[in-house]
Design a protein around this ligand. Sequence first.
Ligand code: AHZ
Length: 308
Amino acid sequence: AAEVSKAVTLKAGNGTPTVTSKQEATISSLLNGDWSAFTFNPIRESTVSRAMTRRYFADLDAYAESDIVIVGAGSCGLSTAYVLAKERPDLRIAIVEAGVAPGGGAWLGGQLFSAMVMRKPADAFLRDIGVEYEDEGDYVVVKHAALFTSTLLSKVLAMENVKLFNATAVEDLITRKEKDGSVRIAGVVTNWTLVSMHHDDQSCMDPNTINAPLVISTTGHDGPFGAFCVKRLVSMEQLEKLGGMRGLDMQTAEDAIVKRTREIVPGLIVGGMELSEVDGANRMGPTFGAMALSGVKAAEEALKVFEI
Ligand code: AHZ
């Protein structure tokens, strides 16, 4: 009986325990201690299993009805989530990321180099999340792109109104027909990414769903997973065709992506490099200011939808 897991009180929907250990060790109390007598607190395997699954299923339950779903946790999706969740802690925001590791292309600055460049005025975003940079005049440099991504990610994940479902792919959109015959996006269809990758060789793997009045797609430019939502809009005849991402032009590409971040069809805002596929905009290559500020603009567009 002693091994049966104790009930842990959960805050609604986000799985954060309100009960913490009474004996709180500190690193200094462990450092140079008596390691021969060291032991972890006891646990039973099923307790570990339940600690994870109970929270995950509570989150699946709570977030099955979300206010906003953000598709893709790259630099644009995470920036969007950060601004939105901070401005509106009352909104329930699900982030669905196909990869196990969120962050998209923002773990390196470009090629395999560490430093990340952001043109001003995107330095405002760095100050807001508390990432230091070197000021080079018209642009700033973060010493490692991973510092930007990990800081942003940690802030987003700590927010009580956000849940990240990683290793989960959006494989379709939920649609509703309006009275005037137009189509509105009303949520996303999800599956474990590993399952999504095996629809050709396994059967009976129907998906799951999340209802939401607003979806924000930031799945990056075309690739194995990229530009997912806008490609689907074409195949469901809600967009005539994609413009196709154009060649690299840093000077124009960044302004264009930020300015064009908008609701493409009712219920679907598109931000980041996915937009370049819609509008035939240039790519900017290894400079990330537009991703942060497209996130700010996507959040602004979303906030209009949720204006009280
Ligand atoms: O795994 C993808 C990545 O983390 C995720 N994603 C794509 N399709 C998905 C789907 N379901 C769930 N169907 C999906 N997740 O979306 C994320 C996109 O991140 P990204 O870093 O590729 O895009 P971004 O627009 O946030 O940042 C673009 C960064 C670029 S690309 C570029 C250039 O090519 O010139 N320059 C910059 C700054």
